[in-house]
Design a binder for this molecule. Structure first.
Ligand SMILES: Cc1ncc(C[n+]2csc(CCOP(=O)(O)OP(=O)(O)O)c2C)c(N)n1
Length: 645
């Protein structure tokens, strides 16, 4: 049954509840459907938020894929998945699409538990070819030789090591694998690197494009030839290899059959081509040229990076709506961006490194002022870390800014290339903690736990803007070794934060407030939740001490001994996983020193936290202001500590 939503679905879209319905349409109706689908995405995203440019860019491709292939039997894998809104809408989630990225609503990314059409859970980039190859080899081994496996990957995502690894493997396997290269010349920021240059060359080459048309003319005949198609395909391959591309085509050299580039917005042609490719065995790549933001003028012609995930906007004027509760405090990422420029202007050994998150991390500020010392290395976290390590061996002080969640990709590089050699690389881990609407794939839940067990690594988290600034200053002082500074998504708490730099002694915390009954030890931004909760405690006559630890490693042992000689009831709070995190480090200290202390730990429980606003998720995980108050009350009640009036 179709639920009514206030978002208008055009006459074709309103009848489509699954790809089976889509396949009932005539080929010449598909471009009209594309218009309706595009409008529906714009209507919903303008009011609910989410990723926009990428989904608009693959509307025709999405329709053509579901039209030509027998999904969900054929396995369609989206890379990253931020472009899969059209896919969600066409695969039975049209009416609930307005719940996209909202607490308990649809996930913003494909997710296996959400739909059989979501063949592989994504969020982090560049996994699609590996996953689709795994599926295709497994299908072959299961005797399912007709099943098709399609990976749709962007040119940005193609820059990651894992994508190259998968191509290398796939080229040596003879399975039904089709890689669709969705080339829009953009990552979030403009695409970077030699592959981008190569793809541009191949797309604009006059000789090549003329030759390409010949290939498609031959391919056009394949369908009609049925069982003999393979022979023709081989001929086509021969033609491509010997006369048109030579051996120089990168994908061909990896034993892929390369087709394209073709217009990724011509639905009818896409359908024809995809149908033809079904009959060609082995690993194939179809290079599609698309435009990010296609069909929505502000996104297509405007600042493509801004329209990657624009937030709410007025769909008629294209005006991006600023949050109503206008925050005057800066975002942590901007404190990082401004501070790195300031530090780099004082210390010419500082360089900035980002794996494709130039705008997201605000390192674009440094790129603008000091482009020769700022490196966007593509979606390549492993490389970003080892590249930074190499720079550090030559006396540079790299500030390698990686979102906490994407740092998971580069763990071995942190240990093997940086920490063992005790190199002075500063890891700025943005988006540490629960990030909100991006959900389980993007939360920065684990970095405290996975960094604190690495020898030589300094693990710190500022409670506010000023502390972030001073930790960055401290980290670039000589011979600090590997130094990590993690901070959350969103705004800080200070208006006046651009104060003169001060060194923070490594492994020192600070007492924020003295108290009598219970001490709360916080790390990072959640210390501010404690400060808010103190107002309530004050009203109730509860004197709760609060210490901002600043460092998880090394811990401020001197301060901890003082605390534990006074308090036997402790609450720890962190915006990270409880298992192995900051609270755990306090428990270990207590055990090592034979203290008899009752500890209540607040933080992220041992589960993957879904999406919602940060506030909803802090509440769900019980470490917001309310949860702190509740935790204090429960300790006060269970230990019958009399309230001090
Ligand atoms: C491992 C990893 N690093 C960074 C990101 C952040 N990210 C999301 S989309 C994106 C750009 C992807 O570019 P492309 O594949 O070309 O897709 P497009 O958005 O252009 O369609 C990036 C860097 C990510 N999802 N995963």
């Amino acid at each position: 049954m179709t639920k009514k939503t206030k978002y208008i679905q055009g006459p074709l879209l309103s009848k489509i509840n699954s790809p089976d319905d889509l396949r009932l349409l005539k080929k010449n109706q598909l471009s009209e459907l594309a218009t309706e689908l595009r409008q529906y995405i714009i209507d919903v995203v303008s009011e609910k938020g989410g990723h926009l440019g990428a989904s608009l860019g693959v509307v025709e491709l999405t329709i053509a894929l579901h039209y030509a292939f027998n999904t969900p039997e054929d396995q369609l894998v989206w890379d990253v998945g931020h472009q899969a809104y059209g896919h969600k809408i066409l695969t039975g989630r049209k009416d609930i699409f307005p719940t996209n990225r909202i607490y308990q609503g649809l996930s913003g990314f494909p997710k296996r538990s959400e739909s059989v059409f979501d063949t592989f859970g994504v969020g982090h980039s560049s996994t699609s070819i590996s996953a689709a190859l795994g599926m295709s080899i497994a299908s072959q081994s299961n005797g399912d030789n007709d099943k098709q496996h399609i990976a749709v990957i962007g040119d940005g995502s193609m820059t990651a090591g894992i994508a190259f690894e998968a191509l290398n493997h796939a080229g040596a396997e003879n399975t039904n694998l089709l890689v669709i290269l969705n080339d829009n010349c953009m990552s979030i920021d403009p695409a970077v690197g030699a592959l981008k240059e190569y793809l541009t060359d191949i797309s604009t080459s006059h000789v090549y494009n003329k030759a390409k048309n010949r290939i498609w003319r031959i391919l056009g005949k394949i369908n009609k030839l049925g069982p003999n198609a393979q022979g023709i395909a081989k001929k086509v391959e021969g033609v491509i290899k010997s006369t048109l591309l030579g051996e120089s085509n990168y994908f061909e050299s990896l034993n892929f059959r390369y087709f394209g580039p073709i217009d990724g917005h011509d639905t009818k042609h896409l359908v024809d081509v995809l149908n033809d490719l079904k009959n060609i065995p082995g690993p194939k790549i179809l290079h599609c040229l698309t435009v990010k933001g296609k069909g929505y003028t502000p996104a297509e012609d405007g600042d493509t990076t801004r329209w990657h995930a624009p937030g709410l906007f007025n769909k008629d004027t294209g005006e991006i709506i600023k949050s109503e509760k206008k925050k005057t405090t800066p975002k942590y990422q901007d404190v990082f961006g401004d501070t790195i420029v300031e530090l780099a202007n004082k210390n010419d050994q500082i360089v900035g490194v980002t794996p494709a998150m130039l705008s997201g991390s605000s390192l674009n500020k440094m790129m603008k002022e000091l482009p020769k010392r700022t490196f966007d290395v593509g979606i390549a976290e492993q490389h970003a870390v080892t590249f930074s390590a190499g720079m550090a061996t030559q006396g540079k002080i790299p500030f390698c800014n990686i979102y906490s969640t994407f740092m998971q990709r580069a763990y071995d590089q942190v240990i093997h290339d940086v920490a063992i050699q005790n190199l002075n690389v500063v890891f700025c881990l943005d988006r540490g903690g629960l990030v909100g609407a991006d959900g389980a794939t993007h939360h920065g839940a684990f970095d405290i736990a996975f960094f604190r067990c690495i020898p030589n690594m300094i693990v710190s988290a500022p409670m506010n803007e000023k502390e972030l600034r001073n930790l960055m200053y401290t980290a670039q002082l000589p011979n600090q070794g590997p130094f990590s500074i993690r901070y959350p998504r969103g705004n800080g708490v200070m208006l006046d934060w651009k104060t003169p730099f001060e060194e923070i002694a490594i492994g020192t915390g600070e007492k924020i407030k003295d108290g009598e009954q219970i001490a709360i030890l916080s790390i990072g931004h959640p210390g501010n939740f404690v400060i808010s909760a103190q107002k309530q405690f004050l009203k109730e006559g509860l004197h709760i001490a609060h210490y901002n630890m600043r460092f998880v490693k090394p811990l401020d042992e001197k301060m901890l001994h003082k605390i534990f000689s006074k308090f036997d009831k402790i609450i720890t709070i962190e915006d990270g996983c409880l298992l192995g995190g900051f609270g755990s480090s306090i428990l270990e200290f207590i055990a090592r020193n034979n203290y008899n202390i009752a500890v209540k730990m607040l933080g992220i429980p041992d589960e993957f936290i879904q999406h919602g606003t940060q506030e909803q998720l802090h509440n769900y995980c019980h470490y917001d202001e309310k949860a702190i108050i509740k935790a204090v009350h429960s300790i006060v009640e269970t230990t019958s500590v009399s309230q001090v009036g």
